[in-house]
Ligand binder design. Sequence first.
Ligand code: 3PG
Length: 205
Amino acid sequence: MNDALTLVKKTAPVMPVAQFKSLDHARACAELFAEAGVPAVEITLRHADAWQMVKMFKDLVPNALIGVGTVLNRRQMLRAVDEADFAVSPGFSRELSMLAHKTLSTYIPGVATATEIMAAMAEEHSVFKMYPATAIGGVALLKAMSGPFADAVFCPTGGISQANYHDYLALPNVHCVGGSWIVPSEEALAKDREGYVTMLKDLYQ
Ligand code: 3PG
């Protein structure tokens, strides 16, 4: 989907992958992201209040694209279509892909193997979350995939950090990386909010 390409270009260099501990934590990060001009956020469905967090981000960070992550089933996908700007899954499912196409939604499926990339390309996808990137081969795997899948674009996620994200971004088939390391905990925010504002502004300027 071309929208997925636009999305990864807009969110570059890093898609924040958020797993908030509470609504208060989500609100504090939404205010931080709005102030710092973060262009896109993936909010994972790993908290009972995750959908409320999505709404909060839509309200408090109006200039960013707000996505739903860890979309595993049809019900979640249909809700994401209504309530978010894009959806992301950790793996590939033909059913979710077809729903995304049918609803004209921006969707990034996850892949980890050549077989999954082939299955997703057969459904007209060319932009993928490579997950869990570090555990399955990291930079070496992405380099290897550029041979048979010259047109595929990846957003590797999982185990990426401040220390190694540049290694991923140096690859031509990587347009952005995903990571939770740029989403501060409440404790980190209380200690050094200004430091995070500066770090995020530098990242997205
Ligand atoms: C995800 O869902 O993409 C990952 O949990 C994020 O991985 P990370 O916490 O290692 O950045």
